[in-house]
Ligand binder design. Structure first.
Ligand code: HEC
Length: 349
């Protein structure tokens, strides 16, 4: 590939910035801190900050560290569980608007896109799509008409989800109340972005997860599956390379320039700069409640994915939260110091 072309480099910069904020409420949305978010003067006021609630202490949700022993089997309930394990698919919910009805705005050098309505409304949502079409959009980034989704929706990562979980997720999405709300057209300002640049970037740089034949049900494999695919932790916690693809050789080592230009902590087991000093129970408890071992609470985007929408990380079983914690303890420790992050010091970088 001819990387010396200035146009190509410009395109790379565009896409890359786009993917920098993947699944995420990134792209400058001001959700660093719940309190700060409501006063945020960032350009995306309409969707800026779903008011990511700061999670209070001592209020584990019913499902959180509570009593469920295993994820539900019934497919709608299981789909809701998967949605929770994916952080509630919160990018598709805009503050003060019906859940899952889209409209949240993401800006990047490529232009502006809005998340889409994923309720089963036949006109404006995904009600007329077949299950396979919905699954193709989730993991291949293709709409039924062939149009590409921008990887602001992290389909290369969701490609690692098991078929059965995707079907359950579809069953759940079909069960939520349909909301009639038109999608907002995207505005791409970089020429040839979707036809030329994006496909090339995806092939050359975007790491793509491989789906397992069946969703692992226990042990490290379960934790790895939840972290790498469903929970898409790396979209925020893995640093990016020059091309802005996630640098999986430093998986989960923290991203100093994460979504919203705020620092996302190193969650490898490095004792100085990562989670080395947290016990597995402390990690699981944090994911289920937002409460940190030092007495502080999760803020910013992390509180959003823990809280979720109709479900969030907090609704995972204790077993699954511990599987995640164990997996995090098993990956290579990487020394990578990330500045103090928002929970303690909202302006810290
Ligand atoms: C949408 C972006 C995003 C996603 C997805 C995400 N995180 Fe986070 N995470 C953050 C941010 C931002 C913080 C810092 C929170 C704060 O400031 O309080 C954080 C903090 C944490 C912490 C506390 C670390 C510390 O040193 O304070 C842990 C543990 C953690 N995340 C684990 C996970 C795991 C495990 C997943 C996937 C199951 C995940 N995160 C997914 C953005 C994200």
């Amino acid at each position: 590939m001819n990387c010396s072309s200035a146009l190509f480099r410009r395109l790379v910069a565009g896409a890359v910035a786009l993917v920098a904020l993947p699944g995420a409420p990134g792209l400058g949305l001001g959700v660093r801190d719940a309190a700060a978010a409501s006063h945020d003067t960032q350009p995306v006021t309409e969707s800026g900050g779903r008011g990511a609630p700061r999670l209070g202490r001592g209020a584990p949700s019913a499902g959180g560290l509570g009593g469920i022993d295993s994820p539900p089997i019934n497919s709608v309930a299981r789909g809701k569980y998967i949605l929770g394990a994916a952080g509630g698919c919160g990018c598709h919910t805009e503050k003060d608007r019906p859940k899952h009805s889209g409209g949240r705005r993401y800006d990047g050098p490529f232009g502006t896109v809005y998340s889409t309505n994923i309720t089963p409304d036949r006109q404006t949502g995904i009600g007329s799509w077949t299950g396979d079409q919905i699954i193709a959009a989730i993991r291949l980034g293709r709409r039924p008409n062939g149009e590409r989704l921008l990887p602001v929706h992290p389909f290369p990562v969701f490609n690692g989800m098991a078929e059965e979980d995707l079907h359950a997720l579809v069953a759940y999405l079909r069960s939520v109340p349909p909301v009639n709300r038109e999608n907002q057209p995207k505005r791409i300002t970089v020429p040839l972005f979707e036809s030329v640049f994006l496909p090339a970037w995806l092939v050359a740089f975007a790491p793509r997860e491989t789906p397992p034949p069946k969703a692992p049900t226990s042990g490290l494999a379960r934790g790895e599956y939840l972290v790498r695919a469903v929970g898409h932790c790396g979209e925020c916690h893995t640093p990016r390379t020059m091309t802005m693809a996630t640098d999986n050789s430093r998986f989960l080592a923290g991203n100093p320039n994460g979504p919203e230009k705020s620092a996302v902590p190193n969650i490898t087991p490095d004792p100085e700069t990562g989670l080395g000093k947290w016990t597995e129970d402390e990690i699981a408890y944090y994911l289920g409640t937002g409460n940190r071992p030092d007495g502080d609470v999760a803020g910013g985007l992390m509180s959003e994915v823990i809280e979720g929408t109709t479900a969030g990380y907090k609704d995972m079983t204790r077993e699954d939260l511990l599987a995640i914690a164990r997996y995090l303890k098993s990956i290579p420790p990487i020394k990578h110091k990330i500045g103090k992050v928002s929970a303690v010091n909202p302006s810290g970088r």
